[in-house]
Design a protein around this ligand. Structure first.
Ligand code: F6P
Length: 318
């Protein structure tokens, strides 16, 4: 069987180890592996190449994706989806592995209902926001990049007795911000999933500054949208000079951590084994186990951060 891999939407560290495993395990299973370059855009344009071992060499430690990715507007139109399918058909490709996030799985759902293609979805996004699934490839690497930035900002924040507000990515999901706040010892954490109360934060901080606090770290998810307001607020209400840092795309880079490399290996193995049995679906990871979920089910549900983490976060939002 000819099977192709592509990356779609925001890249994440862990995609390259996944591509390596895809190529090597495909050969082991007797498949012919193909690479689709530049995501859905490349599938529309027929940017597809047969893979060989040289494609898998020297990529395991690299961030991003060697085959590129894209967010495709054209794919919303049937005529381009048809073109994409014809490109697969002309090459005899029967199965597709897609590394991506929510937008990619929505596109894959539509595509697979219109055209007879076997598929395997692999959750890969730094946002960790795929429903019915605990882990998406790239999250651990992004968390380590954020942790590193927080540790460094702490150095200067403590020297200057300043408030430092750090904005993390994640779209509408606060997972990156919450885990970063807990693992970096932040004093404030604002995420979309937790209602926050600025007056109780004010009361708590004024007391702590009276009792010896010298500086503070606040981690804010981009989905909350008040990073710069919080800087002004800290200066006005708490009386501490503050600086805001929007981490931005540094969070999407970096050599994949050991955890992301191992998860990539396992996600792809399960995905290919299902394809070899003719089974489509999204590979998910929950409570230490891998499984397969229906793409409709994934797309219909919403990712929920673990209640215990949310509980820990409440203290930092009040
Ligand atoms: O979905 C991944 C992500 O990095 C989000 O956290 C962020 O909001 C978005 O992509 C940024 O997208 P772009 O790279 O297109 O600016």
């Amino acid at each position: 069987m000819k099977v192709a891999i592509m990356c779609s939407g925001g890249d994440s560290s862990g995609m390259n180890p996944a591509i390596k495993r895809f190529i090597e395990y495909s050969f082991e299973l007797g498949f012919k592996p193909y690479l689709i370059y530049d995501g859905l855009e490349g599938m529309i344009d027929g940017n597809i190449k047969k893979a060989d071992y040289s494609d898998a060499a020297g990529i395991i430690f690299r961030g991003g994706t060697i085959i590129g990715s894209s967010r495709s507007k054209r794919f919303y139109e049937y005529e381009y989806r048809k073109k994409a399918y014809e490109n697969l058909k002309n090459k005899g490709i029967e199965a597709l592995m897609v590394l991506g996030g929510n937008g990619s799985f929505k596109a894959l759902d539509v595509f697979s209902k219109e055209f007879p293609v076997l598929y395997s979805g692999i959750p890969a996004t730094i946002d960790n926001d795929i429903a019915l699934n605990e882990y998406t490839l790239g999250t651990d690497t992004a968390l380590n990049v954020i942790r590193h930035a927080c540790d460094e900002i702490r150095d200067t924040s403590s020297s200057f007795r300043r408030g430092s507000i750090i904005e993390t990515m994640g779209r509408e999901c606060g997972y990156l911000a919450l885990v970063s706040a807990l693992s970096s010892g932040a004093e404030i954490c604002l995420v979309p999933e937790i209602e926050f109360n600025l007056s109780s934060i004010k009361k708590r901080l004024i007391k702590e500054f009276k009792e010896g606090r010298r500086y503070l770290i606040a981690i804010v998810a981009e989905g909350v949208g008040i990073t710069h307001y919080l800087k002004e607020w800290l200066e006005r209400e708490i009386g501490i000079e503050s600086r805001a840092t929007v981490l931005g795309h540094v969070q999407r880079g970096g050599s994949p951590t050991v955890f992301d490399r191992l998860m990539a290996y396992e996600f792809v193995t399960i995905g290919l084994e299902n394809l070899s049995k003719g089974i489509s679906g999204v590979v998910v990871y929950n409570n230490g186990n891998f499984g397969l979920k229906d793409i409709d089910e994934i797309n219909a549900a919403k990712y929920q951060i673990k209640p215990m983490l949310l509980k820990f976060g409440e203290r930092l939002a009040n």
